[in-house]
Design a binder for this molecule. Sequence first.
Ligand code: NAI
Ligand code: 0TF
Length: 259
Amino acid sequence: MALLTPDDLRDINKQLQEADSIVRRVTGLDIKGICKTLYGTSPNSEKIGIVPVTAGNGIIKNFSASLHAITQYFGFDSFVTDMSDVSGYYEAVQSGANIILMADDHTFLAHNLKNGKIANNQPSTGIIYAEIASRNQKTDSKDVLVVGLGKVGFPGAAHLVHKGFRVYGYDTDRTLLEQAVSSLGIIPLDIESPKRFSTFFEATPCANTIPETLLSENCVLSTPGIPCAISEELRLKYNVQLVMEHLGIGTASMLYSVM
Ligand code: NAI
Ligand code: 0TF
């Protein structure tokens, strides 16, 4: 898994406010509204304990502080434990946390200790970015292109299929593409005869994954992928409505899904 850097998390509140405003413009709902309709839940005096984890590559500077800011932004009562790892987990529970947020290099989870529900960041992120793409107000077309069918992209593609969209897919890994075609019934993108899309959901760790030949004016690109799937030049040329944020939208999806 590509790890976040402290730079990715700079000014997380500003990133969230900007993301909220573009999500509103694209869908008519803010991020909270998307979460409420997606999961049918709302915050209800949950207390969130955020536990720093030193395993593997260790603490990412700003990660816990960013989760604190994000949870507060969405109206949750939250705190970061003084201790890390197992001691931090014990401290969180002793201090009254009923939802635990913690991440090592492979898994970022939210665990609701009251109802037992647990969420993993990758599918939760895929589902909410796909949901945002599916709510593109500017088009009646049911065609969506999904680029990247890995741990984030595949669950997002599945969500779009279940919502009745005609899902085209592309992944440089042929095995993953074939799996998505056979298990989800998505249509493999024909690179030789590209068509233009008004809605994209992208989830790869690579830049420039969406070529100009696929873009249409005012299209929506909903992408958790880092770095960005299109260049700034193409974004401006096609007035692409870009929903892209590094941590908050996926975390909101995790939290609402475990309530
Ligand atoms: P993954 O490695 O499971 O999947 C990525 C997929 O993209 C792979 O199947 C790979 O073959 C494919 N791919 C790579 N280059 C491609 C290209 N040029 N065209 C088409 N497909 C290509 O990774 P995962 O976990 O699904 O993460 C995807 C991205 O999402 C990463 O950048 C990750 O850091 C980011 N992410 C962002 C989050 C957020 O909150 N913004 C949350 C979780 C992940
Ligand atoms: O960097 C990542 C994921 C995060 C997905 C959300 N965009 N790509 N995971 C590593 C988190 C490690 C956190 C660290 N153990 C800490 O500071 O507690």
